[in-house]
Design a protein around this ligand. Structure first.
Ligand code: SF4
Ligand code: SF4
Length: 322
């Protein structure tokens, strides 16, 4: 017996929730096409970012990469369910340190993986997910917005009703179905530009655009902490891995309902002493590779651990500045 598209969509949603995701929506694969236009607009607004965007552009061609796919399932995972240890606040970004890949116990990871196990058991051909690659299946924020899971704000992040500290996970599937969610989010106030004002490097040059080649988060990860002459190290402030400045300042991330509930699990608390910049700067390769890199979401490779030492050293120099 074949399953009707609406029943299939309901079943997928149900399984996603059982696996621990906060929400789930499904859009037809054709709706990923509009993302290319957004991508082009961004290039036109920030022509200097072309080298970066051209490198990632092939990953955004969802339909070409997965010609057999008919729909995109997009799931949200609220990172704020764990409290970021206070000593990491303002130095280490939440998306790296609270990602499910590092914050879940083995049992919780298995529960999360039960979603793709179920897809496979149902005979649904799928690709994507957290483990697939950094780019996953393409424009995840766009897909989440189209599925009604949230809205993209002027700082370019996707916000659900719990704010922007949300991991998105996308899966392409070979079945046609659709599921739209609804939210009551209000758009950014016209006069608000707090995120732009608090971006330390001017990477947020205008609403809904960003120059990754000016972004702190790029330079202290992919950029190996080797800053170009145009970027003064003072602008990197206290950030060692990533940067949350444009999200931390946003009023839509200060909602009481979005209060963290749980303490972070052991791998993070055990690494805390090494995350102190004085120790990070001197830590041996083996410690950085084993204790710290798992929190960097593949943004820093094993042979690039000097990135962490350079960032820690810069933090200490910035602390010493008047
Ligand atoms: S992450 Fe930091 S540097 Fe990048 S756009 Fe946001 S505030 Fe600016
Ligand atoms: S800080 Fe203001 S402008 Fe920026 S994303 Fe938040 S509400 Fe929108």
């Amino acid at each position: 017996m074949t399953t009707s598209p609406s029943l299939l969509a309901e079943k997928i949603y149900h399984q996603a929730r059982l696996a621990g995701y906060d929400d789930c929506g499904i859009i037809p694969i054709d709706e990923m096409d509009a993302y290319r236009d957004r991508f082009q607009e961004r290039l036109e607004k920030e022509p200097t970012s072309r080298p970066f965007y051209e490198r990632i552009a092939p990953g955004m061609e969802t339909k070409e990469r997965f010609p057999w796919a008919k729909a995109v399932v997009i799931c949200t995972w609220w990172l704020g369910r764990y409290k970021l240890p206070p000593s990491l606040e303002g130095q280490y970004a939440r998306a790296f340190f609270l990602a499910p890949a590092v914050s879940l116990t083995e049992e919780e990871k298995q529960k999360k993986e039960s979603f793709t196990d179920w897809l496979t058991a149902e005979g649904i051909h799928w690709a994507g997910g957290e483990k697939s690659s950094h780019l996953q299946i393409g424009g995840l924020r766009h897909a989440a917005m189209k599925a009604g899971l949230g809205m993209i704000r002027k700082n370019n992040f996707l916000y659900t009703e719990r704010g922007s500290f949300v991991m998105l996970e996308g899966f392409v599937i070979d079945q046609s179905c659709e599921l739209r969610q609804h939210h009551d989010l209000k758009p950014c106030a016209f006069q608000c530009h707090l995120c732009q004002d608090h971006c330390p490097t001017g990477a947020l040059s205008s609403p809904f655009t960003m120059n990754p080649l000016k972004c702190v988060s790029f330079w202290n990860t992919f950029g190996k902490s080797q800053l170009p002459p145009t970027l003064p190290e003072k602008a990197m402030g206290n950030w060692i891995v990533g940067c949350d400045a444009c999200q931390n300042v946003c009023p839509y991330n200060r909602i009481p309902a979005a209060k963290a509930e749980k303490e972070v699990p052991a791998p993070i608390t055990e690494a805390l002493p090494w995350l102190a910049p004085e120790r990070l700067k001197e830590a041996p390769d083996s410690v950085l590779q084993k204790e710290i890199l798992p929190f960097c979401d593949n943004h820093i490779q094993a042979e690039e651990v000097d990135t962490l030492r350079l960032s820690a050293a810069r933090y200490l120099r910035n602390q010493a500045r008047p």
